[in-house]
Design a protein around this ligand. Structure first.
Ligand code: APR
Length: 315
């Protein structure tokens, strides 16, 4: 079996959890872990490879020591970077992670020229934009992981209120993967039933707030950011891409006129299949949500401007 080769750049908590989720599902033929610290990639690759003994289908899991060993991958995930610590906002991470993502993107362009890139490093929307600028690739081959995770966090909060329908909840979150996240209860449903018909306005408002604080809540308890749910969200997106499932998954996409914006990356519902983002679904946003979306675009563009003003894209 050829194809279905996935590389994960950054074998830290999120990268390894994504590899583990993929290895358990048997989605890939081969998973390659790379990390700037080779022992991390080697150790985790061995551990996850040994876990595949009980997987439904065989998956080869190995480590790459040099970037040039990551050749001809179908999907490359970027989780390299510095995780957000309690005292940091996502924007604090901007400069360090942009440099890392740039270096990684240049290597992907060189060694896996036909890949779809799944960006996970934070601040997510800006990093997804950076990947597209650095590679210069068709925007549909660059996708960011945001709504897949935020939606699963919203679904969790909904279950805390309803006590039923956990696996049947389709929660939609768009906007920035950060402070300007937009959980969208009006188009969220549990088993096809609109959330607005199941819960009170107050309960829904609480769900929205808790969803927005989903990452911070985990940091508060663990003193480090989340990894299991991000890992599973990454694997769900890769499953849709590699199996050409055309699932609708909220993802960070580079807009070129959709929602009235260009030259920005932001979370919107996307159809994910073999060529990456096959379609961006343009929701008819109500006035209140449109205002939030505009604010999210503004915040992301401000961060992009910080990089531009520092000459990041000229170097
Ligand atoms: N190339 C490859 N790997 C790198 C590089 C680089 N240039 N720079 C750092 N790394 C590696 C680190 O050695 C580390 O193992 O990236 C890994 C990051 O892992 P963690 O520190 O465990 O962070 P994690 O929680 O996995 O988060 C990774 O995903 O969700 C986002 O905000 C999060 O940006 C962060 C990223």
């Amino acid at each position: 079996m050829t194809g279905r080769r996935v590389a994960i750049i950054g074998a830290g908590a999120v990268g390894a959890s994504a590899a583990y989720a993929l290895a358990l599902s048997g989605t890939c033929h081969e998973i390659i872990l790379y990390d700037i610290v080779p022992d991390i990639a080697i150790g985790k690759a061995i551990d996850i490879a040994q876990a595949t003994n009980y997987s439904p289908r065989g998956t080869i899991v190995k480590a790459a020591i040099k970037p040039e060993e990551i050749k001809n991958c179908d999907v490359v995930v970027i989780t390299a970077g510095v995780p957000r610590r309690k005292e940091m906002t996502r924007a604090d991470l901007l400069n360090i992670n942009a440099g890392i993502v740039k270096e990684v993107s240049e290597n992907i362009k060189k060694y896996s020229p036909d890949a779809t890139i799944l960006c996970v490093s934070n601040p997510l929307d800006v990093m997804t934009y950076v990947v597209q600028k650095i590679t210069g690739w068709d925007r549909h081959r660059i996708v960011g992981m945001s709504g897949a995770l935020d939606g699963s966090r919203m679904a969790y909060q909904i279950y805390q209120k309803t006590g039923f329908g956990a696996a049947q909840t389709r929660a939609i979150v768009i906007g920035e993967h950060g402070e300007h996240m937009i959980p969208y209860p009006e188009i969220t449903n549990v088993g096809g039933i609109p959330l607005t018909q199941l819960l009170s306005k107050e309960d829904i408002e609480e769900i929205v707030e808790k969803t927005k604080n989903g990452g911070a809540e985990i940091v508060k308890h663990l003193k480090t950011s989340a990894f299991y749910a991000p890992g599973r969200a990454i694997s769900a997106m890769i499953e849709s891409i590699l199996s050409d499932e055309d699932k609708v998954i909220s993802s960070c996409a580079i807009l070129d006129g959709e929602y009235g914006y260009k030259d920005v990356a932001i979370g919107v519902p996307c159809v994910l299949g073999s060529t990456g983002i096959k379609k961006i679904i343009e929701l008819d946003l109500d006035e209140k949500t449109k205002k939030k979306f505009d604010e999210a675009v503004k915040a992301i563009k401000e961060n992009i401007a910080i990089l531009e003003d520092g000459g990041f894209f000229d170097k």
